[in-house]
Design a protein around this ligand. Structure first.
Ligand SMILES: C[S@@+](CC[C@H](N)C(=O)[O-])C[C@H]1O[C@@H](n2cnc3c(N)ncnc32)[C@H](O)[C@@H]1O
Length: 319
């Protein structure tokens, strides 16, 4: 899958991000059990299947189904897909009959096909309903948040999930405008944000980029799902199993990095007892980070902000 930035544009080409690095870390062998928690269009799953692994693919978006059914037809014994949220990673694994697995991959965020479909409402470049739900079976849309959240909440959300430095100013402008007419479309919102931040226009990213990112993360409760999934991943990993997480913006990478630090440190580095107390949750070793090569970024500009973090499960029991 060509990975999305929050730039709202692009071609939707099918290029899995950091694939060579994932495969090198995964060291896939026939008969292994892998969970691809973010199936998308199956670029990574396909490569794992070609390596001989059995794969359970999850995606909360029904739009993943066609690609998933094609892989199920090609590898009926090895591949299964379910429309599920990876925040239920452990339950999904156990329901599939796998109490332990050899590897877990999370390639976070939205896919190019999601971003490039105007009717999904992820992009500020094309007019569409202000939706942004990956799972359209329920839950509030981006329009619901923009039209109904208190101004202070909106401001916090833009700052915390988008890193928008002028969050208050934007929230104030949106609150004033929605009193006259609620927001319904992506371009309507993008225009009002751009009008509120006219000084941003010269040369840089679109002024609405961070607001759109923040709304997408909030609508899909992305941080919550990631925080729920990471400890479950460790619980179902066999000793020697690989965890690989590709993140796309600094907020989600921080969550992954922090988790790997907590589970990857042998010693608790407390101010009173530096490096003298064993970390009771030391479950991971060989923690590494990979960035896309210049060559990959050239071929797939959307890979430019991708970061892959991997770790290997050790033998420490979960207490
Ligand atoms: C970047 S794409 C993955 C692309 C995939 N690796 C490929 O090669 O085609 C991310 C996918 O994960 C899905 N997704 C994001 N968060 C999810 C969650 N919490 N649970 C399940 N699926 C999720 C999205 O719907 C999207 O299809």
């Amino acid at each position: 899958m060509s990975k999305s930035g929050d730039d709202g544009g692009g071609g939707g080409e099918h290029i899995p991000v950091l694939l060579a690095e994932v495969l090198a870390a995964a060291d896939v062998r026939p008969g292994q059990r892998w969970i691809d928690g973010t199936f998308g269009r199956g670029g990574h799953s396909r490569a794992l299947l070609e390596g001989g692994a059995s794969v359970l693919g999850l995606d909360q978006d029904s739009a993943a189904e066609d690609a998933a059914r094609a892989l199920e037809a090609q590898w009926p014994e090895q591949f299964t897909w379910k429309q599920r949220n990876f925040k239920e990673l452990k339950t999904c694994s156990i329901e599939h009959g796998w109490d332990k697995v050899d590897g877990i991959l999370l390639d976070l965020g939205v896919s190019s096909p999601q971003l490039d479909a105007p009717e999904r409402g992820f992009s500020f470049r094309a007019e569409g309903p202000l939706d942004m739900r990956m799972d359209r079976r329920g839950g509030p849309t981006a329009a619901d948040l923009v039209n109904e959240l208190p101004e202070g909440e909106l401001s916090r959300l833009f700052y915390e999930h988008g890193g928008e430095r002028e969050a208050r100013r934007v929230a104030r402008a949106l609150a004033a405008r929605r009193q006259r007419a609620p927001f319904r479309t992506t371009t309507d919102l993008a225009t009002v944000v751009a009008e509120t931040l006219p000084h941003r226009r010269a040369g840089g990213i679109h002024p609405a980029t961070k607001v759109f990112q923040a709304l997408r993360i909030s609508v899909n409760r992305e941080e919550e799902a990631l925080l729920a999934a990471l400890p479950q991943a460790v619980e179902i990993m066999k000793p020697g199993a690989v965890l690989a997480v590709i993140s796309f913006h600094s907020g989600e990478d921080r969550v992954v990095k922090q988790f790997l630090r907590e589970r990857g440190s042998e010693w608790l580095d407390t101010p009173r007892h530096p490096n003298t107390v064993k970390n009771p949750t030391h479950h991971l070793d060989r923690v590494k980070r990979f960035l896309p090569s210049n060559e990959e970024i050239e071929k797939n500009p959307r890979a430019r902000s991708a970061r892959l973090r991997v770790a290997v499960r050790n033998k420490e029991p979960i207490l």
